[in-house]
Design a protein around this ligand. Structure first.
Ligand SMILES: Cc1ncc(COP(=O)(O)O)c(C=O)c1O
Length: 348
């Protein structure tokens, strides 16, 4: 990549994304719905989606219809599910773009069905069941009747049914087992009634790793797809790796005498003669003005000293004597063998 035109930039290794997809598919032993909401967790939705599909993902999951339409406009032709609410006014857009919607409410179902009477064809739906997340979903007690009613509507196609866990990243928490049992009971009821949606799904990243019973025939990895662990208790296999590196450059290197104040408020004073570097990166780029920031220069850790400014901050370069203007600096990710993890940065 030619990064010369940038002061601060992200590099995303799409091959790593592909490897992560294949590994998660192997663990899940199921089809993969790559979750690319929120601009692919900040990585770039279209590029992550394309890499995921090339690596074998058959579905993309987003929060909102506009995200799904943007993916279609980027040339992605695979199945796309909107996991959140879609207003009945937008059913035409969903149909025109062949996008599946999530349904969990009788009234919304009726409104969708009414829209479809004018449009013709079949609206593809996945039913969301709230087995304990306390967010979106029909309650398991009323789900059976709800699904029976929906399945009688000629223009609605129930293609999937799913739920979402509240505690899957805490392997010891009993609630995931309880949520699964509730979901399974509902699935048995549906089978008795002869209703068999093509896709049953429940597993986010943590459940893919911690709960094989939750895999069913489609898994929905988000955070693990990008190579980050869902929680401190739920770590990733070594071959699932982060794809993202956050970079900037050294823009100056100065030698200051002992006792020289650095940056606003002179919160740092050089302890001896010190080499101090500036980087073109600050809080406007999303860097927090907190203690303990560190950057990587020439494969070594260099502490950030003094207050973080809007578009610059300063590094103490004593351990990097050969550092020079123009050197690449890593704020998040690896340089050689040395890494700053997202967890480390988030802790700060
Ligand atoms: C319904 C649903 N499934 C899957 C995911 C992916 O979750 P994770 O990033 O924990 O893998 C999300 C993310 O918020 C979600 O809302």
């Amino acid at each position: 990549m030619n990064s010369n035109g940038f002061s601060a930039w992200l590099e995303i290794d799409l091959e790593v994304i592909g490897q992560n997809v294949r590994k998660l598919q192997h663990i899940g032993q199921a089809e993969v719905m790559a979750i690319v909401k929120a601009n692919g967790y900040g990585h770039g939705a279209a590029e992550i989606a394309r890499a995921s599909v090339e690596a074998g993902a058959t579905w993309l999951g987003v929060a909102r219809l506009e995200e799904a339409i943007a993916l279609r406009r980027s040339g992605l032709h695979c199945h796309i599910l909107v996991l959140g609410y879609t207003s009945p006014d937008r059913v035409t857009e969903a149909i025109n773009n062949n996008i599946c919607l999530t349904i969990y409410d009788q009234q919304i179902g009726q409104a969708y069905a009414q829209q479809m009477e004018h449009l013709g064809g079949g609206l593809r739906l996945h039913i969301k069941v709230d087995t304990g997340m306390g967010r979106l979903g029909i309650s398991p007690e009323t789900a059976l009747e709800f699904i029976e009613n929906l399945s009688r509507r000629p223009n609605l196609t129930i293609e999937g049914i799913f739920t979402h866990f509240a505690h899957a990243d805490e392997p010891q928490a009993p609630t995931t087992g309880e949520q699964l049992a509730m979901f399974d009971q509902l699935l048995s009821g549906l089978r008795r009634d002869g209703i068999a949606p093509r896709y049953i799904h429940s597993a986010n990243s943590a459940a893919i790793l911690n709960y094989p019973k939750a895999h069913y025939d489609l898994v929905r990895p988000g955070i693990a797809l990008y190579g980050f662990p869902p929680s401190p208790e739920t770590t990733l296999p070594n071959d699932i790796r982060p794809a993202l590196t956050w970079k900037t450059r050294l823009t100056s290197v100065s030698t200051f005498p002992a006792g020289h104040g650095i940056s606003y408020g002179h919160m740092y004073h050089t302890r001896a003669e010190e080499r101090i570097g500036s980087i073109a990166f600050g809080y406007a780029d999303g860097y927090r003005r907190v203690d303990g920031n560190v950057a990587l220069v020439r494969g070594k850790r260099a502490p950030v000293v003094g207050r973080v400014c809007m578009d610059q901050c300063m590094l103490q370069l004593d351990d990097v004597p050969d550092a020079a203007i123009g050197d690449e600096v890593v704020l998040l990710g690896c340089q050689g063998e040395v890494c700053i993890t997202a967890e480390e940065l988030a802790d700060r």
